[in-house]
Design a protein around this ligand. Structure first.
Ligand SMILES: Nc1ncnc2c1ncn2[C@@H]1O[C@H](COP(=O)(O)OP(=O)(O)OP(=O)(O)O)[C@@H](O)[C@H]1O
Length: 254
């Protein structure tokens, strides 16, 4: 376990303070500060190039900040860890494009994700079949695919594949889920269902959702952080940030 950084907020699950990163002299993230509480869902919005992806890359260890504090669980300095170690701590990421195994059944996709769970105690915990089956059933229930469990993942719609991938992420038992544009390419019905299932997941997980779909963000009903030019432009309930003139100017009024 890494030593705590003096002054870090220990009650937050994720704590970013004064984070900056440059690529060839261009500051993609500048003085970014953000805290996520346990079991909080946060929506991140902002124009193209605002730094949303780079922020997720910093949290997951893909990109190292030039300066700043990135703490997980109040005590772990994420800037000192590599991507695999950060994933093992319980930070899971879902990219925009679903990457499920099309030629396997839905249930087997979840099973594979459970088996690849990289924690030290997994063989002890999963030694009997029963808890594993219950875990699969629970996950299939959350992602609304229980009645399709024996079908091939390749037969699912784009939206259902996104749900399956969220289920595969849940199988890794993360404390924090980073979800990139889950509603992109979904039907209106699927988008509404996705908001419901993410809210269910956020009852006992922290979730960061990057999205452009404002209707979807409204359905999530959570605190919104607006990023612009690598730092926080506004933060608060959607109605609050939507009324901010700068937010309208750089993002909503486009
Ligand atoms: N590896 C890199 N090398 C050089 N520039 C980069 C790199 N990664 C990101 N950038 C630049 O940093 C800025 C922030 O990019 P980022 O992808 O984080 O924004 P974003 O908010 O995710 O945008 P989008 O909504 O388009 O996905 C952009 O100007 C981008 O061109």
């Amino acid at each position: 376990m890494n030593a705590p950084v003096p002054g870090a907020l220990t009650s937050s699950l994720l704590y970013l303070d004064g984070v900056s990163v440059s690529f060839d002299g261009f500051k993609a993230i500048r003085g970014l500060s953000l805290t996520i509480e346990p079991d909080e869902m946060r929506a991140i919005i902002g124009p193209n190039g605002a730094g949303k992806t780079t922020m997720m890359d910093i949290i997951t260890g893909k990109t190292k900040p030039d300066v700043g504090t990135v703490m997980f669980g109040g005590t772990v300095d994420l800037t000192k860890l590599d991507e695999a170690a950060i994933a093992n701590l319980g930070i899971g990421r879902k990219f925009q494009k679903p990457t499920v195994f099309d030629s396997h059944t839905i249930e087997d996709n979840i099973l594979l994700a459970l088996k690849s769970k990289r924690t030290v105690g997994k063989t002890l915990f999963w030694k009997t079949e029963e808890p594993q089956q219950k875990r699969i059933d629970d996950i299939l229930g959350i992602i609304r695919l229980a009645d399709r469990r024996d079908r091939l993942a390749g037969s699912l719609s784009h939206g259902q594949k996104q749900w399956l991938e969220i289920g595969m992420l849940l199988a890794q038992d993360p404390k924090l889920l980073l979800v990139d544009e889950p509603a992109a390419g979904m039907t209106d019905g699927e988008t509404a269902q996705t908001a419901v299932l993410l809210k269910e997941i956020a009852r006992d997980h922290s979730v960061i959702v990057v999205e452009h779909d404002m209707g979807f963000i409204r359905e999530l009903g959570v605190k919104v952080t607006v990023l612009h030019e690598g730092s926080v432009l506004a933060e608060g309930p959607l109605d609050h940030v939507s009324a901010n003139e700068r937010v309208v100017e750089v993002y909503l009024g486009r």
